[in-house]
Design a protein around this ligand. Structure first.
Ligand SMILES: [Zn+2]
Length: 694
C-alpha cells in the first residue's frame, strides 16, 4: 500500500524500470563504477543516412540505437532516462555504502544499516523462510471466510503483502480539500488483467508458464508436487476471477469511473460477506462514515468469491502473496525462480541487476527523504533552483499565449483556462520540509523485518491523513528520481532534483538544447492540467467542469484525433505466434496530449528567450540552426532500445508511448518542425492534416 493514491498522478515517463525487476541475491562481481557524463546534444547519435522528414526518430537517434544494445540486466535502455537513472543511483550508492561503513549522523546510521541488511546475502540464505513464517502460521489458522477481515488486518499490521485490494486515504476528487478513505481493486500478480483474460496463443502460453512458476515456488517452500499443483490452480483461479471483475486501465483513466461515494453501511450491504467494521477497526484507521469505492463491481465479485471458493483456496492465495511479495529478498533459490519468470519470461531480461543496485533502489523507496537530504546537498546546487524558476515562468507565459490564440476555444473558456494556469503551483528539487522516519526501527540483521516495518510506517503515515487538511508541500517522488509529475488534485507540477541534471537540464549548453530537454518536460507537466483527464479538474484540484459544453465537445473531437492517430502506431511487430501490437490511443491519450502541448509551448518559450538575447531561430551552431537543435535535443531524450516482451507489456500497461512515437507522433503534429527541416508538405513528418489540441 506504499504511496497509496487513487487519483492518478501524471508522470513524465514510466516509473523506474527497476520497480518490478528482481536482482541478484548473491554477492556479485559486478562492482559499482562511476558512469560517464551524459551529453545533452550528441552529434554521434545522429543517423545522417536517414531523412528527418520521413522518420525523425531514426535521424536523431539511429546511430545511438544501433550502437547501444540493451545491457543484459535491463529490459529498456534509454539514452537519457536510463543513463541518468544509473548515474543517480551510483551517487546514491556512494552515500549508502559510506553510511553503512561509518555513519556520521543518526540519519546515516539508519539508512546505512538498512542498506547493510540488504547487502548481507549470507544472512538472507541462513534465515531461509523464517522471516515469512509468522505470516504463514497466521494464514494456516484460517478456518472460515468470515475470519478473513481479521486475518487481513493482522497481516497488514505486520507489513505482509496480502493481495486482495487497495485501501488508504486520498483526496476527495470532488472536494480536494478533504482527505477521505478510499478503496480500490487489486490482488493480481501478472502485470494486467489482460494477461489472465485475453484469448490468444501468446497469453495462453504466458498463463501456462505462470502456473508452472507458481508450482515451482510452492515446491521450493516445501510442498509436495500434488499440493503445489493444487495451490497453483487455486491461485490462478482466484486471480483470474479478480481480473474479470477488474476495471480496465483505460476505463480507470476517467475520474468519474473511479468515483463512487458509499456510506460504510451501504458498502457493507454491497459486500455482506466481509465485515468491514472489524477490518477498519483492526487496521487502526480513524473513524469515518463515508468512503470512495473506486471499483464497486470488483468488491461485489470478491464478496461472491468468498462464498464460492473453498477456504483452502484462500489460504493458498494468501500464502502465495506473502511469498511472492518478498521473493527477491529471500534465499537464492526463490530469487532465481522469481527472476526466471517475472524477469526473463515476462520481460526478456537476460540477467538480474547487481545486488548493490537493487539495495540502493530499495533504500530510496523505503527511506527516500532520509537519504535524499544528503543526496541533494551533493548533487543539486541552489542556483539550479533559481534557473528552474525562470524556465517555468517562461513556459507559463507561453502556455498563456497559446491559450489566448487557440482557434477552437470560446473566450469564456479561455478565461477559465487562464485562471487554472495561474493557479498551478511549482515544486522544484526537493521538499521544503523533510519527512521524519525516526520511528522506523531499522535492524542491520533483519532485512525483511526492516521492509515490513517500513511498509507499516508508510501505511500509518497515510492513514493519519484521514480528515486532516491537505499538506500542499508534500512530494510524491524522492529527490534522486529521474521523472516529473503533475497532480490534478493539487494542481501542481513537480520536478525532483534527479531530473534537473544533464542531459535534461544543462546550462553549459545552448538554450535551444535546454528547451528541447527540460523545457519540454516542464511544458509536458503543465499540459497535463489540460489533457483529457487533467482538464476535468479545476484550478483548486476539484473534479468540476469549467469548459462550456460546446468547448468540451470541440476539445473531445480534437482529443479523438490524437487517440486515433496514436492507435495507428505499432508498438511491436508480429513475431512467432504473437500478432503485431499497436498502441492503445485511449490509454496513452493524456501523455500524448502532454507531449504535443509540451513541444509546442517550449518552442514558443525558446523563441521568446532567443529574441531577448538578440538571437534568431535560424542562427547556426555546429551546422544546425537553433530550431533544428531544439528538435534534435528533444528527440535525443527519447532514444531507446527495449526487449520485445517489455515493449508488449508496456503497450498494455504504460500510459506513455514508446520513444519512437513520443518523437515522431509529436513532431508530425507541429508545423514548426517541418519548417525547421525544410520538409515538403505531405511528407510523413509534415503531413497535410495533423492533430492539435493545445
Ligand atoms: Zn506525463
Amino acid at each position: 500500500m506504499n504511496c497509496f493514491r487513487l487519483t492518478s498522478i501524471l508522470l513524465l515517463a514510466a516509473g523506474s524500470a527497476l520497480a518490478q525487476t528482481p536482482a541478484a541475491s548473491q554477492a556479485d562481481a559486478n562492482k559499482p563504477s562511476a558512469p560517464a557524463p551524459i551529453k545533452s546534444f550528441d552529434l554521434t547519435a545522429i543517423d545522417k543516412t536517414a531523412d528527418p522528414c520521413t522518420d525523425f526518430y531514426q535521424y536523431a537517434c539511429g546511430n545511438w540505437v544501433n550502437s547501444n544494445p540493451i545491457p543484459s540486466d535491463q529490459v529498456r535502455w534509454a539514452r537519457s532516462f536510463s543513463l541518468l537513472r544509473e548515474r543517480n543511483r551510483y551517487l546514491l550508492w556512494q552515500e549508502l555504502d559510506a553510511a553503512a561503513k561509518s555513519p556520521k549522523t543518526p540519519l546515516q546510521k539508519q539508512y546505512g544499516d538498512f542498506y547493510a541488511s540488504c547487502m548481507d546475502t549470507g544472512l538472507v540464505e541462513t534465515k531461509g523462510l523464517t522471516p515469512i513464517q509468522p505470516a504463514w502460521t497466521a494464514i494456516a489458522g484460517l478456518a472460515e471466510a468470515k475470519q478473513l477481515p481479521a486475518l487481513l488486518s493482522q497481516l497488514e499490521n505486520h507489513g505482509t503483502p496480502d493481495g486482495f485490494f487497495e485501501f488508504g486515504v486520498g483526496q476527495d476528487d470532488k472536494d480536494s480539500s478533504k482527505q477521505i478513505a478510499q478503496m480500490g481493486q487489486g490482488g493480481l500478480s501478472l502485470p494486467d488483467r489482460d494477461y489472465y483474460l485475453v484469448d490468444s496463443p501468446r497469453f495462453a502460453a504466458i498463463r501456462a508458464q505462470y502456473v508452472e512458476h507458481l508450482k515451482k515456488m510452492f515446491a521450493l517452500a516445501g510442498d509436495t508436487p500434488e499440493q503445489a499443483a493444487n495451490e497453483a490452480a487455486a491461485v490462478m483461479r482466484i486471480e483470474t476471477a479478480m481480473a474479470k471483475a477488474s476495471t480496465s486501465r483505460t476505463d480507470l483513466r476517467q475520474p468519474e469511473n473511479r468515483y463512487h461515494i458509499y456510506t460504510v453501511a451501504d458498502f457493507e450491504k454491497l459486500t455482506p460477506g466481509f465485515d468491514w467494521g472489524t477490518y477498519f477497526h483492526a487496521v487502526g484507521i480513524g473513524p469515518f462514515d463515508t468512503l470512495n469505492v473506486a471499483t464497486p463491481g470488483f468488491f461485489k465479485a470478491l464478496n461472491e468469491m468468498m462464498q464460492s471458493e473453498p477456504i483452502e483456496a484462500w489460504k493458498s492465495y494468501l500464502r502465495w502473496h506473502a511469498l511472492h511479495g518478498q521473493a527477491s529478498n529471500l534465499p537464492k533459490a526463490f530469487f532465481d525462480e522469481n527472476f526466471a519468470f517475472f524477469g526473463k519470461t515476462l520481460q526478456g531480461q537476460q540477467e538480474p541487476i547487481a545486488r548493490w543496485k537493487q539495495c540502493s533502489s530499495m533504500i530510496d523507496g523505503a527511506l527516500g527523504e532520509a537519504v535524499g537530504q544528503d543526496w541533494v546537498k551533493q548533487n543539486f546546487p541552489p542556483a539550479a533552483k533559481d534557473s528552474m524558476d525562470k524556465l517555468v515562468a517562461s513556459l507559463e507565459k507561453s502556455l498563456g499565449d497559446d491559450i489566448k490564440t487557440l482557434p477552437w476555444m470560446t473566450d469564456a473558456t479561455k478565461k477559465a483556462a487562464e485562471e487554472k494556469l495561474k493557479m498551478i503551483r511549482n515544486k522544484i528539487g526537493y521538499p521544503e520540509k523533510w519527512r521524519d522516519y525516526s520511528s522506523v526501527k531499522v535492524d542491520r540483521d533483519d532485512l525483511i523485518g526492516n521492509l515490513h516495518r517500513s511498509a507499516v510506517y508508510e501505511r500509518n503515515y497515510n492513514f493519519a491523513k484521514l480528515g486532516q487538511p491537505v499538506d500542499e508541500k508534500e512530494w510524491g517522488m524522492t529527490p534522486p528520481t529521474v521523472n516529473a509529475y503533475y497532480n490534478p488534485s493539487f494542481n501542481d507540477i513537480n520536478f525532483p532534483a534527479g531530473i534537473l541534471q544533464p542531459p535534461f537540464f544543462d546550462f553549459t549548453t545552448d538554450a535551444a538544447v535546454n528547451f528541447g530537454g527540460i523545457g519540454v518536460v516542464i511544458g509536458h507537466e503543465m499540459t497535463h492540467g489540460f489533457d483529457d483527464e487533467g482538464s476535468q479538474y479545476d484550478g483548486k484540484g476539484d473534479l468540476r467542469e469549467w469548459q462550456t459544453a460546446a468547448d468540451r465537445k470541440a476539445f473531445s473531437e480534437r482529443e479523438d484525433c490524437v487517440a486515433n492517430e496514436y492507435s495507428g502506431f505499432e508498438a511491436a511487430p508480429a513475431h512467432g505466434d504473437a500478432t503485431a501490437q499497436n498502441l492503445n490511443g485511449k490509454l496513452t491519450l493524456g501523455e500524448n496530449t502532454a507531449d504535443n502541448g509540451g513541444l509546442r509551448i517550449a518552442y514558443m518559450a525558446l523563441l521568446d528567450t532567443l529574441a531577448a538575447q538578440g538571437k534568431t531561430i535560424g542562427d547556426k551552431i555546429d551546422g544546425y540552426t537553433e530550431a533544428q537543435r531544439y528538435f534534435i535535443g528533444f528527440a535525443q531524450v527519447w532514444c531507446q532500445n527495449q526487449t520485445e516482451q517489455s515493449a508488449r507489456q508496456s503497450a498494455l500497461t504504460d500510459p506513455h508511448s514508446p520513444g519512437k512515437w513520443r518523437v515522431n507522433g509529436t513532431v508530425q503534429n507541429f508545423d514548426g518542425f517541418g519548417k525547421a527541416f525544410g520538409c515538403t508538405k505531405g511528407q510523413p513528418m509534415y503531413p497535410a492534416n495533423s492533430c492539435r489540441v493545445w
